[in-house]
Design a binder for this molecule. Structure first.
Ligand SMILES: [Zn+2]
Length: 70
């Protein structure tokens, strides 16, 4: 097979071109779905931390306000 990038003749089983390092397959298709997943993890974690922080603040304010009320 020939390298798509430089046209060098390489082995059919070669994963990347030995000359230019260009991938013979399409790793981009595999990498693309991975990136959105990673990008979604951070907002989810941030949202979870904010929710926990809000609950902690709300819990702390209620517990702090209870002794005053009683
Ligand atoms: Zn090449």
């Amino acid at each position: 097979m020939q390298c798509r990038n430089c046209g060098t003749e390489i082995a059919d089983k070669a994963i990347v071109c030995f000359r230019c390092g260009h991938a013979t397959t399409d790793p981009v298709r595999r990498a693309v779905p991975v990136k959105p997943r990673r990008s979604l993890v951070v907002p989810v974690i941030v949202a979870g931390v904010m929710i926990l922080a809000a609950l902690a603040i709300g819990y702390g304010s209620t517990t702090a306000a209870d002794p005053d009320r009683w």
